[in-house]
Structures are given as structure tokens and as C-alpha cells.
Unconditional design. Sequence first.
Length: 175
Amino acid sequence: MEKSYKELFNDITTFIFDVDGVLTNGIVTVFPNGELVRQMNIKDGYALKAAVKAGYNVCIISGGKNEGVRTRLANLGIQDIYLGAHNKIKQYNELVEKYSLQPKNVLYMGDDIPDLPVLEKVGVPTCPNDAVREIQQLSKYISDKKGGEGCARDVIEQVMRVQGKWSDNFDATYD
């Protein structure tokens, strides 16, 4: 019998997130100078920081190259940030080696076709509820939240609650 997603959450030690369409709503504002600006959800930031403080590996693998994104995520305590990653399986394999990970210990949240190779490798493939059909079909958990609207918070909080590590009194600020 296949395990429920909540049972699978018991084994998670590592969260990996895509950025555009997961930590953002996938919309970019293009300024006249060509700069692309994204919006991120503050509640996702709180949960990402809480997961780092609780000792989880929190990693980012994104095809985007915006250094503002790197700064924001680094300020949350995330150390493994791969930007400009167009072949995401390469960075995933680096993380597996760096942390001696087993697939069952890894949750990945992605929303579009470039995420498929990694989603096929991890123990718990997940996605926001507005992910493309191919990603939804592969995912073992589909958040009820859209990309950029708290889907990362949703899955992090659920994993941490299942493992008894979520607290309503975290010393993690909304920054």
C-alpha cells in the first residue's frame, strides 16, 4: 500500500524549491532598463527561515538569475542557492552528494516542465495548485495555495507539524 503524503513527510530533512511560479506568482515586472522584478510572499519567507532555524536543509534551484532573489533568500538563512540553473538535475545531484541524501528525505516543490527531472528523483514531489498538468500528475502533494501565495509555507508547516517541530512561537521574524 502506498504511503499517504503525511506519512512521507515524516522522513523529510531537506526542502528544495524552485523560485518562479513557486516562491513567486510567476509574473515579472519588466523595467525599461530590462531589470526583471519579482514579488515574494512574506509568509513563505517566515516558513523558510523557520525551517532553516529548525535544522532542515533548505535549498533553492532556479533558472532565473536575479541577484535580488539571492539576497532575499540568503537573508532568510538559506545557503544553498543555485540561480541560472537550466539543468536542475546537476544541482540536485550536488546537493545529494553534499548532504548524503536519500530520495525519501527530499521534498521538492516545482511548477513547470524544467522541474520534472528533479521531481522524478525525490521522495516527495510537490507543487502549487496552479502548476502545469504534467507536474500535478507527478506530485504526491499539491498545495491548496498558488505559486507566490503561500504554497511553500503550506508544505513547510505541514512537514514540521507532522514531525513535531512547528511552533507558534518561533523566533523567526517576517523580514
